[in-house]
Design a protein around this ligand. Sequence first.
Ligand SMILES: *Cc1c(COP(=O)(O)O)cnc(C)c1O
Length: 392
Amino acid sequence: MSTPHLAARLQGFGTTVFAEMSALAVATGSVNLGQGFPDTPGPAEVLDVARAAIGTPLDQYPPGPGLPVLREAIAAHVQRFRGLVYDPGTEVLVTAGATEALAGAMLGLLDPGDEVVVLEPLYDSYAAGIAMAGAVAVPVPLRPPAVEPGEVSTAPWTFDPDDLRAAVGPRTTLVLLNTPHNPTGTVLDRAQLELVAELAREHDLLVVTDEVYEHLVFPGSEHVSVAELPGMRERTLVVSSGGKTFSTTGWKIGWVCGPAELVTCVRTAKQFLTYVNGGPFQPAIAAGLGLPDTFFAGVATELAGKRDRLVAGLAAAGLPVVSPQGTYFATVRVPGDGLAFCRELPHRVGVVAVPMSAFYLPEHAELGRDLVRFAFCKRDEVLDEAVARLTA
Ligand SMILES: *Cc1c(COP(=O)(O)O)cnc(C)c1O
C-alpha cells in the first residue's frame, strides 16, 4: 500500500482552528465565544414537533427533495419575507444544512478551472467546496473601517466596487455571496447588490447567495436578497438554513431555492452526498418557518441587545471593535498575531475567540493576521462573565 496522503484538491485544508479553540475552551474552563452556536434552546413550537415525530414513520428516509410540508413552508417563508415565488415541487430542495446546499451547488454547477468570485474573508467551507469542484476562488477583499483602541465603529466592513469589477474575468462562472456576512457582520446594501446583479447580467454569471443569517439583522440595516433584483431570480440560488434562526445548529436542516434547472444541478450532486437527512427535524423546521413575524423580529431584537453588551465590553477592554449590522459576530483588531492572541487568551483571562486568519484563503492568511472574531449568541450572564474577565 502506498503511503496515505491527502488528495491534492484538499491540500491546505487542515483541521479547522474552531476545533482547536473549542478544545482549548473545555481544557481551560473558558467562556467559549469562538464557535458560533447558541447556548439556549430554540422555540418550543419547533422542538415539540421534532419530539413528537421521533418514533413515527418520519424516522425513515424522507423524499429526496425533502418532505413536502417543509418545501411548502420554505416557499411560503421566502415569499413572505423576500417576495420571491418558488414552486415547492421543482424549485425548492432540502439539504443537510446550508453547508451541503453550498457544496452541492459547487459540485453541481462548476467545471474544473471555472472561477468563483467570493468576498474575503469567507466562511471556511466555501474555499473547500470550490476546491472539491476543481474550481478556483477569486477573492474580493472586504476591509474593516478604521477604529481606535477602546472605540466602537458602526461603519461596516466593505468592498471596493472596482475590486469586484476587476475580479470578474473570462473564466468567471459564478459569484458566491454571503449576506449577512460571517465573519464580518456586514449586511450588503442594495447598491452593493445592484453592482453584483449588473455584473452577473452583463457577464452571464450564476449567483449563489448564502443567507443563513437572514433574520439576524439589526435596526438600521435591512436584509435584501440579490435574487429580488431585476433579472436575478433566473440566475440565482438562494441558500438558507434553520440552524441559526431557530437555535438548532446541530439539526442541519438547510435548503436552496432557485429556478428548476439550477436546483436540479444541486440535487444531482446532493443525492450522492447525503441523499437525505433529518427526517423528524424537517416537519419541525417547517413549523418554525411558519411562526408569526413577531417571532422573527424578536430573534433580531434579543440579539441586538447581546451585540451591544459584548461590543461595549470589548471596547471597555481597550480593543478597537467593529459593531456588526447582522449575524452574531463582532470583530476586533488585536496587537500582534491573532492566532497567538487566541491561543493565549484562555490561559490569560479564560475567554475563547477565533483568529480571523482562518477565514482567508491559505495564501492570504496574512490579511487576517491581527483580526479576531467573538460570538455573542450566548446567554447574557455568559456574555457578562466574558466581559468581566476581559476587562479584569
Ligand atoms: C453556520 C453557517 C453555515 C452553515 O449552515 P448549516 O446549516 O449549519 O450547514 C453556512 N454559511 C455561513 C455563513 C454560516 O455562518
